[in-house]
Design a protein around this ligand. Structure first.
Ligand code: HEM
Ligand SMILES: *[C@@H]1O[C@H](CO)[C@@H](O)[C@H](O)[C@H]1NC(C)=O
Length: 330
């Protein structure tokens, strides 16, 4: 290389270097701890306070905060696309079969309104969704998991690709491990995340295929009577709210009782049952059944990875004014 060429090469590399440093450090810091410390210092406290207030009045809203982080973040990105309503042109994620039973979205609106009163148009719905999950996990007796912020909101719902990302209730463990693996979540992480089924409920529509026309012989006979009592009809009336609690023992607590249940063949969904019997996942199920600490440790790691899946940061996306509709552009 001639000295002139070398000079330009060095100049070029230096400018490329400083440009990328600028782009990374100043324009788009990506996800960071306490992203709103300068722009809305009270944001995280307001969210935590609202979560506590709402949880006191509506205990089951915490199940929804926990389920939301899976249904939003696992579908391409944590971008609050889950919260968008259908438009005339497109069906929303909320209204698909995989989202069956998702509820309590109005309480996220309550949190968003409280944050907007303090700092209008600063804090994203996706960060509110993620932080309400963090604080909801604590309300349910789970671990405190420090999570980063700085996510921005997507502009469109992704109902059309949902099924490529969210496993169905009867999916094989191979597919489940593959889907979570694509996000960087390993086998113990998957086992820990499904521990979320230690709280909340499952509607009979997702269970009757294990009860009728014949009872699935793999279900613990002691549990069958209860399930049949809760789901008496082979075709449940869609308007009657018929369901079975995921964990009869401690239905309101995020704890490792789930693992004892599934080892005891009391798992409700096929995936829950398989988790305790597949040779890849069973060792971790046993370990988590014995140690709540181990469950919490793996759960914390997996929730962190899930919460950082493909975020929109910097100038991508927008800060939605209202969580159920994208902002209008003029
Ligand atoms: C293979 C993956 C998963 C499948 C197939 C699955 C499927 C389901 C189904 C069918 C229900 C019952 C919904 C109803 O009838 O109302 C449910 C409930 C629930 N799921 Fe999952 N889930 C999975 C993973 C997760 C993960 C990773 C989380 C959170 C980290 C989670 C959190 C919850 C919660 C909290 C509920 C109870 C919701 C309520 O009571 O409102 N699930 N899930
Ligand atoms: C899973 O259940 C759905 C109904 O919810 C059914 O259409 C589908 O065929 C089932 N898949 C498998 C692999 O059994």
């Amino acid at each position: 290389m001639g000295s002139k060429a070398l000079f330009f090469f060095v100049l070029f590399s230096l400018s490329a270097l400083s440009f990328s440093a600028f782009a990374e450090n100043e324009e788009d810091p990506g996800l960071v701890m306490n992203f709103y410390k300068d722009t809305c210092p009270q944001a995280e406290d307001i969210i935590t306070e609202q979560v506590k207030l709402l949880y006191k009045r509506h205990k089951n809203t915490a199940f929804s905060w926990l389920r939301n982080i899976f249904h939003d973040c696992a579908v391409e990105s944590c971008d609050a696309s889950l919260l968008l309503d259908s438009t005339r042109r497109s069906l929303s994620e909320k209204e698909t079969d995989r989202s069956f039973g998702l509820r309590n979205f109005r309480y996220l609106d309550t949190i968003k309104e409280a944050v907007e009163r303090e700092c209008p148009e600063v804090v994203s719905c996706s960060d509110i969704l993620v932080l309400s999950a963090r604080d909801g996990i604590v309300a349910l007796g789970g671990p405190y998991i420090p999570l980063k912020t700085g996510r921005r909101d997507g502009r469109r719902s992704r109902a059309d690709v949902l099924e490529q990302y969210l496993p169905d209730h009867n999916e094989s463990i191979s597919v489940v491990l593959e889907r979570f693996g694509a996000m960087g979540i390993n086998t113990p992480g998957v086992v820990a995340l499904l521990g979320a089924h230690s709280v909340g409920r499952t509607h009979c529509v997702k269970l009757v295929h294990r009860l009728y026309p014949e009872v699935d012989p793999e279900i613990n006979p002691d549990h069958i009577e209860h399930m049949l009592h809760k789901c008496p009809d082979p075709i449940p009336d869609p308007k009657a709210v018929q369901y079975v609690r995921n964990d009869r023992g401690t239905p309101m607590k995020l704890d490792n009782n789930y693992y004892r249940n599934i080892l005891d063949n009391k798992g409700l969904l096929i995936v829950d049952h398989q988790l305790a019997h597949d040779k890849r996942t069973k060792p971790y199920v046993k370990k988590m059944a014995k140690s709540q600490d181990y469950f919490f440790k793996e759960f914390g790691k997996a929730i962190t990875i899930l919460s950082e899946n493909n975020p929109l940061t910097g100038t991508k996306g927008e800060i939605r004014k209202q969580c159920n509709v994208a902002n209008k552009h003029h």
